[in-house]
Design a protein around this ligand. Structure first.
Ligand code: ATP
Length: 443
């Protein structure tokens, strides 16, 4: 791995993301729109892969977690009950000289403008982060609604409905993946702080007596996921234990990872007590307590939350994966002196296997093999340019395996498979290819 300075790394990642169509500014032909990003072909493949992995780990492999896909706009009282309308705000200040705007809690020195150094700042004032819209034909207070600021509130609101229809008993969880919107004062660090982003949240409901046990359980599960599935090593990963807790919370940690600009929060695991369900019971007038028929009692469920940003996961993975390798190029007889490579975990790489025929004459059989493999893995077929150039194109988007179909392949029913990281090549029988790739991806 080469040492790339943090500032330079961010620039390189932003540039690669645009060049190769991972992520680029929204509405760019109109000058972009601050805090909004579009995901292109490789970006949405990777995003979808992360989403599917999370869903598989959190929902599909567990009997006691159910899924939900709620609306983005909910009844406005939801946000009154959750506290967002009254409290979901940051302190902001404006620089009267350079006109830049800042979040006070993110300023190293709240009396000095971080942009121009001026001391001529406005008094800090509260700024609510909820995005407003109107529902219906009249644009007044009565018709004001909000885009959800987090995906978890509808989970609490629908708690009883999901529990009844899925016939779940405590303890059980509800998971949701979806868009969230925050009118961030100062969107920055590429997709890290956006105004529209995707969250993957799971709310686990249990009896308060077991709350701390489940908190520890979910903390461990989430750490294992990052280490074993997304391959975060200790130098990229740390846990921050909250000392100051919300008045209702019992325990909270942030999972922090090293982003291209430095350390930042990727996920929160929170013991939220009975706050959420109590609030929605009170504001809706619907008793959301759980009736424990076995012990003939009512329980106000305690909530353990795991909440992660999908965009931040992708940014952290790209930062961790990016490398410029100088030694490798000579090995494959290439003229350029640097190989740009993303060492992405194969489970979430946008393309997992590239099929490269050595010559166009081999198209027919190679394409057949590509179509076959594409049923099991995310594959790409590439016939243009020298084989070395095609390897480089795949290295740059993080494809872990490239398969070369050559003139021998039809005769010996085998192909050459090249490993992105070691650049080692191996002859693999076509009959065994699917198993080989599967083992490689899941190792
Ligand atoms: P921060 O302190 O960085 O503003 P937060 O503590 O407000 O984040 P939560 O409300 O706990 O974040 O949201 C859960 C997760 O959603 C975060 O850990 C993060 O991954 C993601 N997230 C939150 N805000 C943003 C944003 N503006 N852009 C992208 N992802 C975000």
């Amino acid at each position: 791995m080469s040492e790339i300075k943090e500032n330079a790394l961010m620039e390189k990642i932003v540039s690669l993301c645009k060049r190769r169509g991972f992520v680029f500014p929204s509405s760019e032909i109109y000058g972009g729109f601050n805090g909004f990003w579009d995901y292109g072909p490789y970006g949405c493949r990777m995003k979808r892969a992360i989403e599917n992995l999370w869903w598989h780990e959190m929902v599909e492999t567990r009997d006691n977690i159910e899924g939900l896909d709620s609306t983005i706009i909910c009844h406005p009282t939801v946000w009154k009950a959750s506290g967002h309308l009254d409290q979901f705000s940051d302190l902001m200040t404006d620089c009267k000289d350079c006109k830049s705007r800042h979040r006070v809690d993110q300023m190293e020195d709240p009396t000095t403008c971080p942009n121009c150094g001026s001391k001529n700042l406005t008094e800090p004032r509260e700024f609510n982060l909820m995005m407003k819209t109107y529902v219906g034909p009249v644009f007044d207070n009565e018709h004001t609604a909000y885009l959800r600021a987090e995906t978890c509130q509808p989970i609490f609101v629908d708690f009883q409905q999901v529990r009844n229809s899925a016939r779940q008993k405590l303890p059980f969880g509800i998971a949701q993946i979806g868009k969230a919107f925050r009118n961030e004062i100062n969107p920055r660090n590429f997709t890290f702080r956006s105004r529209e982003f995707t969250q993957m949240e799971m709310e686990f409901f249990c009896d308060g007596e077991q709350g701390m046990e489940w908190f520890e359980y979910w903390k461990e599960q989430r750490i294992n996921y990052y280490k074993n599935k997304l391959k975060f090593t200790d130098d990229f990963f740390r846990i921050y234990e909250h000392e100051k807790l919300a008045h209702y919370a019992k325990a909270a940690i942030d999972i922090e990872v090293k982003f291209p600009f430095g350390w930042g929060e990727l996920e929160g695991v929170h013991h939220r007590g009975t706050w959420d369900i109590s609030q929605h019971s009170q504001f809706s007038g619907t008793d959301l307590q759980y009736i424990d028929h076995d012990n003939k009692r009512k329980v106000m469920p305690t909530v353990i939350e795991t909440s992660v940003g999908l965009d931040r996961t992708m940014l952290a993975l790209l930062g961790k994966a990016y490398d410029e390798d100088t030694a490798a190029t000579q090995k494959e007889g290439m003229e350029e002196d640097v190989r740009i490579v993303l060492h992405l975990p194969p489970l979430v790489a946008p393309i997992q296997l590239a099929v490269l025929p050595l010559s166009k004459k081999l198209n027919e059989n190679a394409e057949k093999l590509y179509k076959d493999m594409n049923r099991y893995f995310r594959c790409e077929y590439d016939v243009t340019g020298s084989i070395g150039k095609r390897y480089r194109r795949q290295d740059e988007i993080g494809t872990p395996l490239c398969l070369t179909f050559d003139f021998e392949s039809a005769a010996d029913n085998a192909v050459t498979v090249r490993d992105r990281d070691t650049m080692q090549q191996e002859r693999v029988s076509i009959d065994n290819l699917r198993n080989y790739v599967e083992d490689f991806i899941n190792r």
